[in-house]
Design a protein around this ligand. Structure first.
Ligand SMILES: *Cc1c(COP(=O)(O)O)cnc(C)c1O
Length: 429
C-alpha cells in the first residue's frame, strides 16, 4: 500500500495507526446487532448446525474405535469447561481491576486427537468428505454403523483419494491425523512458523509434510495449487470453508448442555462473555455462530489477536475484509502464537459474523507468555501461547455490573512436548 493510501485509511479509521504501532488495541463493534437481525447475513442456519451434529453422531462409533482416547466420551470429541478462580484472583491482582462474575476455561486445548480447537473443524471436514465419497460409491448409508469404516475395504477405497491443506500447525495436525487414519493420502503444506514437533508428529502418522519459508497465506496458496491438477485430491480451504465453520459451530449447543448440567444460568441478568483467539477466523467464527444460536442475545463474543497479526480486527473495522492484509501496512505477522499468525482474515467469516460479534482486541506475545505462566502457576493448566489470547478478555472488555460469566476459550496446548513447554514458561514474567 502506498503511503498516501495508508494516510487516507488512518484518517478515516484512526485505530489503524494504533495497530501499525503494534499497540494493544480494543475495538468495540458498533455494527453489533441482535441475532434476529444478524443471522441472515451468515448464510447458514440452525438446520445446517443440526446436520453437523447428526453427522458427528453417525461417526461417533467409528471414532470411539479408531481413536480409543475418544471412547470414554462415546466417540464424541468434546472438551471440559472448568472454573479457574485462582487465575481470576491473579488477573485481578496483576491488572489491579476487579472481575465481576465467574471466570471459566473451555479446554479445547485438551481435545483428543490433536490437542487443539482444530479437532472440531478439521476432523469434521475430513469426515464429511469421507462420508460423501463412500455414500456416492454405494459403500455406505446413513443408517449403517460407521465402525465398518475401519474395515480394510474402506481403507483401500479411501487410499485412491488424497487431501491437501495449508496450515500453521494445528489444522495440519487435525486434518493430517484424521485423514491418515481414514486411509486418505494426505499432504500438509506448512508455513515457516510451524513447530518442528508438529511436523515430526505428522510424519510419524504417515502424513506428507511440505515446508515453506513463507507464512500461512503462501502455504495455503501452494496447497491449493498442488491440489488443482488432481481431480481425486480434495483441498481443505481454511479461509472459506463452510464445512469447517459448521464443525466448530457444534460447540455452541454442546456448551449449553454442559452449562445446564453444571447448573449455570445464562440470561439477561447473567450474560455470557466469551473470548476467542482468532487466526484466519473459521474457528472462533464458527464457535461464535454456534454460541449465538444456542444462547441468543445473552452471549457476547470477542475475538483476540496478536498485535503482530491483527487481521480480523483490521478487516472488519475497515470493512475491507480479505482485501487487506496486515503486511500491506508494514505489520510483520510474526508472533509466537502459531495458530494466530495469519496476515489476511477469512473474507467469508468477517462478512458472515461482523454483526454478531461484540468486539475485538489485540495483545502482545509478552502478554500471552505472562498469562501462560500465571495460569500454570495458579491452576496447573498448561497451554500454548495462542490459547492465552482470550485470557486478557475479562480485563480488556467492559462488562456490565450484572453477574456475567466470563468464558475463556483455550484453543491449544494439550500436546506440547514438556521441553517446549519449559521454554514457554521461561518467557513469562
Ligand atoms: C487455529 C487456531 C486458532 C484460531 O483459529 P482460526 O480458525 O485460524 O481463526 C486459535 N488458537 C489455536 C491454538 C489455533 O491452532
Amino acid at each position: 500500500m502506498t503511503n498516501e493510501k495508508i494516510s487516507a485509511l488512518t484518517a478515516k479509521y484512526p485505530l489503524v495507526a494504533d495497530l501499525m504501532a503494534l499497540k494493544e488495541t480494543t475495538w468495540l463493534n458498533p455494527r453489533n446487532t441482535s441475532l434476529a437481525e444478524g443471522l441472515p447475513y451468515v448464510g447458514l442456519t440452525q438446520a445446517d448446525v443440526d446436520d453437523a451434529h447428526a453427522r458427528l453422531a453417525r461417526f461417533a462409533p467409528y471414532l470411539a474405535r479408531a481413536f480409543p482416547e475418544t471412547a470414554e466420551n462415546n466417540g464424541i470429541i468434546e472438551s471440559e469447561v472448568v472454573e479457574i478462580p485462582a487465575m481470576q484472583k491473579r488477573l485481578e491482582k496483576e491488572f489491579g481491576a476487579a472481575i465481576n462474575g465467574n471466570l471459566l476455561l473451555k479446554k479445547d486445548s485438551h481435545l483428543p486427537i490433536s490437542g487443539s480447537i482444530k479437532a472440531r473443524g478439521g476432523i469434521y471436514e475430513v469426515l464429511t468428505h469421507a462420508e460423501k465419497l463412500a455414500i456416492n460409491a454405494g459403500l455406505l448409508s446413513h443408517t449403517d454403523n460407521y465402525s465398518v469404516l475401519l474395515e480394510p475395504r474402506f481403507r483401500d477405497f479411501f487410499s485412491q483419494y488424497s487431501i491437501a491443506v495449508g496450515s500453521t500447525g494445528n489444522l495440519g495436525m487435525s486434518i493430517g491425523i484424521m485423514s491418515a487414519r481414514v486411509g486418505f493420502k494426505v499432504t500438509v503444506h506448512m508455513s515457516a512458523d510451524a513447530r518442528e514437533w508438529k511436523k515430526a508428529k505428522l510424519r510419524r502418522h504417515g502424513v506428507k509434510v511440505v515446508e515453506y519459508e513463507q507464512d500461512y497465506g503462501v502455504a495455503v496458496e501452494q496447497g491449493r495449487k498442488a491440489a488443482e491438477g488432481d481431480p481425486n485430491c480434495f483441498f481443505i480451504d481454511d479461509e472459506n470453508s463452510r464445512t469447517l465453520f459448521l464443525g466448530y459451530a457444534v460447540a455452541g449447543e454442546r456448551l449449553k448442555a454442559q452449562f445446564a448440567e453444571q447448573g449455570r444460568v445464562v440470561d439477561e441478568q447473567h450474560p455470557l462473555f466469551v473470548y476467542l483467539p482468532c487466526g484466519v477466523g473459521g474457528g472462533p467464527g464458527g464457535v461464535a455462530f454456534g454460541l449465538k444460536l444456542a444462547f441468543g442475545d445473552n452471549v457476547h463474543c470477542f475475538f483476540a489477536e496478536p498485535t503482530h497479526s491483527p487481521c480480523m480486527l483490521l478487516g472488519v473495522y475497515t470493512g475491507l475484509h480479505d482485501s487487506i492484509a496486515v503486511q500491506d501496512l508494514g505489520i510483520d505477522n510474526l508472533t509466537a502464537a502459531d495458530g494466530l499468525a495469519v496476515g489476511r482474515a477469512s473474507g467469508f467469516v468477517g462478512r458472515a459474523m461482523e454483526r454478531l460479534l461484540d468486539g475485538f482486541y489485540t495483545l502482545s506475545d509478552q502478554s500471552m507468555y505472562n498469562l501462560l505462566g500465571w495460569l500454570a502457576e495458579e491452576e496447573g493448566i498448561r497451554l500454548e501461547p495462542s490459547a492465552l489470547a482470550g485470557m486478557a478478555g475479562p480485563v480488556r472488555v467492559p462488562t456490565p455490573s450484572l453477574t456475567p460469566t466470563h468464558l475463556v476459550w483455550a484453543t491449544g496446548g494439550g500436546m506440547v512436548p514438556p521441553d517446549e513447554m519449559e521454554k514457554y514458561l521461561a518467557k513469562g514474567r
